[in-house]
Design a protein around this ligand. Structure first.
Ligand code: BG6
Length: 478
């Protein structure tokens, strides 16, 4: 008997900007992701303020999910998906973010997509904002630093809720909202890059703007959650955290304390607000550290209290170490770098692989909040090759996923209430950090390459059949 629930939500996850393409079709406007060029592990992608001719913008075509979704969802169904996490491209619905009436053609696309999921018995899990902020709002308001965005987001959500109330039950307000606690988050998450042009690693860090923007995201999220609870009691409203687990490099108390500070800042700060409805006791110490003076308006704290989430979701890819000694060797990571852990191996992009860390994370999060959890991103970004016979033998990906699922099951046996698991990039898509196609996560290979060429044909990888059996046996056969 599986330790996992009978109705465990097995599936996969993508984001609209990384797979849909059709970036300016049917009335869609430009999002911040549409202004990012391609890059690689070595060469950072760039943000441009206007579209440069002869420059490759990977989101513009991506894997053209916009026109291939039926074929792709059918493949997900063949694997037995119960759930599909995707996002809505804000600029398909409100091209500049400021219109008063939504774009009907954009709404119709998601009608078709959700109907297709339904036809296959797949439950959509929808992220409302996943790195798809209308670029107009970046240039006009410095992204989420502008308080105006709260109302614009509310308008957008109200339209989505009413339109899809019979098709979507599970909603996440912001992808990896804690990206705003990290410098890299300024580009894709808070959009606090008004006037900026250049490589993403050269964005000047302005914590005052990031934290103010985050405050506005918290208020916006809480307000729409409250609204959803009042008007659509059937909805389940969640948050989404990029859970970046870190360990103290040594048992030296300096390292332990520094790690605690780091964990609070990058992980707990955001989820404490969203689960408990108030800023944590240590918030002031973070604001002081960065000389942040937060503008909190009347009613904001009440809004936070009134709009808490029903379930906690997170991404988990890697872990890092933290040390008070600056001499230690650095490691790469998702959104934020750290130090090398001598006990772990890393992916080709330097993300340290740590399945046991997932068990640790699940237990830590559940101990803290006691609400249902869901792992909505996890996976191995790797170079895949098509063999001469046309097969793609991604046994390294199977190993990665198997080990993580094993640890996830252990956490469930230890009492964690886990609703589901949707590995990232269930079909190959554009990498968020580098803009590459070469960093592949999928069970399905897409013939699309970094120079923009490729037939867009889909092929099953070895992991496709493996995952189908995992789902069929509810995680018993790994
Ligand atoms: C998460 C994001 O940070 O990690 C995704 O929510 C992203 O959008 C994923 O794609 C993997 O990161 P990357 O940089 O390998 O695409």
């Amino acid at each position: 008997m599986s330790v996992l629930r009978k109705d465990f939500l097995w599936g996969g996850a993508v984001a609209a900007n990384q797979c849909e393409g059709a970036w300016n079709l049917d009335g869609k406007g430009a999002s911040v992701s549409d202004m990012c060029t391609n890059g690689s592990h070595k060469t950072p992608k760039r943000v441009t303020r206007t579209i440069e001719p002869d420059t490759l913008y990977p989101s513009h075509e991506a894997i053209d999910f916009y026109h291939h979704y039926e074929e792709d969802i059918a493949l997900f169904a063949e694997m037995g998906f119960k759930c599909f996490r995707t996002s809505i491209n804000w600029t398909r619905i409100f091209p500049t973010g400021e219109e008063t009436e939504p774009n009907e053609k954009g709404l119709e696309f998601y009608d078709r997509l959700f109907d297709c999921c339904k036809k296959h018995g797949i439950e959509p899990l929808v992220t409302i904002s996943h790195y798809e902020l209308p670029y107009n709002l970046v240039e006009k308001y410095n992204g989420w630093e502008g308080r105006e965005l709260i109302e614009l987001f509310e308008r957008y959500c109200h339209v989505l809720f009413e339109r899809y109330k019979d098709k979507v039950k599970y909603w996440l307000t912001f992808n990896e909202i804690n990206a705003g606690t990290m410098p890299f988050g300024a580009v894709l998450s808070t959009g606090t890059i008004k006037g900026f042009e250049g490589p993403v690693n050269k964005v000047p860090d302005k914590p005052q703007e990031r934290y103010q923007a985050l405050h506005h995201q918290f208020v916006a999220s809480a307000r729409v959650i409250k609204y959803a609870h009042e008007h659509y009691p059937q909805f389940k409203m969640g948050n989404m955290i990029c859970f970046v687990l870190s360990y103290p490099m040594t048992c030296k108390p300096d390292d332990v304390l520094l790690n605690q500070e780091h964990m609070r800042e990058v992980n707990w700060y955001c989820s404490d607000v969203q689960v408990r409805g108030e800023y944590p006791s240590f918030a002031q110490s973070i604001w002081d550290k960065y000389s942040v003076k937060l503008k909190i308006e009347d009613g904001d704290l009440e809004d936070l209290k009134a709009g808490t989430i029903d379930f906690y979701t997170f991404s988990y890819y890697m872990t890092n170490c933290i040390s008070a000694n600056p001499e230690n060797e650095k490691s790469d990571g998702n959104l934020i770098a750290g130090l090398k852990n001598p006990y772990l191996k890393a992916s080709d992009w330097g993300w340290q692989i740590d399945p046991q860390g997932l068990r640790f994370a699940l237990n830590e999060i559940y101990d803290r909040y006691h609400i249902p959890l869901m792992v909505v991103e996890n996976g191995l970004g790797a170079y895949d090759e098509i063999e001469e016979d046309g097969s793609i033998n991604d046994s390294y990906r199977i190993d990665y996923l198997r080990q993580h699922i094993e640890e996830m099951k252990k956490a469930v046996s230890e009492g964690v209430d886990l609703m589901g698991y949707t590995p990232w990039g269930c079909i190959d898509l554009v990498s968020a950090s580098t803009g590459e196609m070469a960093k592949r996560y999928g069970f399905i290979f897409v013939e699309k390459y970094d120079d923009g060429t490729g037939t867009l044909a889909r092929r099953k990888k070895k992991s496709f059949d493996w995952y189908r059996n995992v789902i069929k046996t509810n995680g018993e056969e790994l």
